[in-house]
Write a protein that binds this ligand. Structure first.
Ligand SMILES: *Cc1c(COP(=O)(O)O)cnc(C)c1O
Length: 428
């Protein structure tokens, strides 16, 4: 699953004791395992090897350019949602990433961003609305560009996830209703500059079974057939991202499970496949390491106050997301066998793990059983690689924490900690 493992009661990232990193770099700190994210990418590549598949890692999950370079070297393309992410992809491109393996999603692409992407020669614009498509066509004509586009359709399939991260149903702002898609193709297909040759769907994040994906494909294939019968050339299906990551041990399907459901359908329909995995590649490949500042008893509750806050990792506050949290050094008997919500072990105590920020929502876990920690003890927040650092901010004027990449027995700082001076550098 990943390379964060306890050895003799001490948490290691691959071959490195995380305490060494904390002592050298300080806390809070994000620590990533290169072997883990490359392994996740490899498993997806292998699972879909039978059909023509382009994997476009979603930069918004974790966009550190060193990580992007390693993924690009291993054959990954990128899914971007802004001009800033295009710029990040270009940094990886300088290391050999193929710009034609970039797909660009987002409901509000500005002219500036579109032109930057056209100049770069990305693979596909994923079109979210008719006005957007009209604007793309107009910009291509004005500036002498051609490009390819995928129409994002909304198959309107509900599934079990948090309401804030469900995107494939009708009442969200994403995509065009599947019933309208044929009209859009009929109206815009012969525009001369934007080749409309793919359909894009994206389920949102948090799918825990393969069924919604298979249902998506099944709902989109009749549209592909209908479009083809009217002379439109559709050769690719972009199935988006949202594949589950193990926030708890062994709770989501593997890449091979997804592929077993999806590949036969795509092969029969002679469609190329594009995938946009984010957290299924990077979530388990990162932890956030933080140090206990105080322990406080308040009423019935025990609070473990750590030196990371919601500005460093906002997922629990934003999505009520679960992260397994455990001290980085424990008695051998407390080495967790599985990372699950209700891990009950004799001798643990029930605590709230909270940050130092002046907001009631600044917590990482509530009523969580954990071995006793004392002031100064290191605590690891697991499965923090996705939407962790990328959603961090300077709230409460807290400098952004560093990112460290572990590779075997070595580690390197791939983003240094912000200084107070960095924080005010853009201000007058
Ligand atoms: C966020 C997003 C992804 C990645 O989602 P994950 O849940 O991280 O896999 C892929 N495609 C699109 C269009 C997205 O918005």
């Amino acid at each position: 699953m990943d390379s964060f493992v306890y050895k003799n009661g001490k948490l290691f990232a691959e071959g490195v004791d995380v305490e060494t990193i904390a002592n050298e770099v300080g806390t809070p700190v994000y620590i990533y395992s290169k072997a883990t994210f490359l392994d996740h990418l490899k498993k997806i590549q292998t699972a879909y090897a039978e059909i023509d598949t382009t994997i476009c890692y979603a930069i918004k999950a974790c966009g550190n350019i060193t990580i992007l370079k390693h993924l690009a070297e291993a054959g990954s393309g990128f899914d971007i949602v802004s001009g800033g992410e295009l710029f990040r992809a270009q940094q990886a491109g300088a290391a050999g990433a193929d710009m034609s393996k970039i797909v660009y999603a987002g409901v509000g692409k500005t002219d500036k961003e579109i032109l930057e992407a056209l100049d770069t020669g990305i693979g596909y614009f994923n079109i979210e609305s008719e006005p957007e498509l009209e604007n793309l066509i107009a910009l291509c004509k004005k500036h002498g560009h051609t490009t390819k586009a995928a129409l994002r359709v909304n198959p309107d399939i509900k599934y079990d996830s948090h309401k804030h991260i469900t995107t494939g149903v009708k009442e969200t702002k994403f995509g065009v209703d599947i019933e309208r898609a044929q009209k859009v193709f009929a109206k815009y297909d012969n525009n001369g500059v934007v080749e409309m040759s793919a359909i894009h769907v994206h389920l949102g994040s948090g799918g825990k079974t393969i069924e919604p994906y298979v249902n998506y494909v099944k709902k989109v294939l009749p549209l592909v057939e209908a479009l083809r019968s009217r002379g439109h050339t559709i050769d690719a299906l972009d199935l988006g991202g949202g594949y589950g990551a193990d926030y708890q041990s062994d709770t989501v399907p593997s890449a091979a499970d997804y592929a077993a459901g999806i590949v036969p359908l795509l092969r029969a329909a002679k469609l190329k496949l594009i995938l946009e995995p984010g957290k299924s590649i990077i979530a388990n490949a990162g932890i956030m390491l933080t140090r206990t500042v105080f322990k406080k008893i308040g009423g019935e509750k025990t609070f473990v106050i750590v030196d990371a806050g919601m500005n460093d990792l906002i997922r629990p506050c934003l999505y009520e997301a679960f992260h397994f949290i455990w001290p980085a050094a424990v008695d051998e008997k407390f080495v967790p066998e599985k990372r699950v919500k209700d891990l009950t072990m004799p001798g643990t105590e029930v605590v709230d793990i909270v940050g130092p920020i002046c907001e009631g929502t600044d917590y990482f876990a509530k009523d969580r059983a954990m071995p006793t920690v004392r002031r100064g003890d290191l605590v690891a927040v697991f499965t923090a690689g996705a939407y962790g650092y990328t959603m961090a901010s300077n709230y409460n004027a807290r400098p952004m924490c560093p990112e460290v990449l572990v590779d075997g027995n070595k580690f390197e700082v791939i983003r240094r900690r912000q200084t107070y001076e960095d924080m005010i550098a853009l201000e007058k």
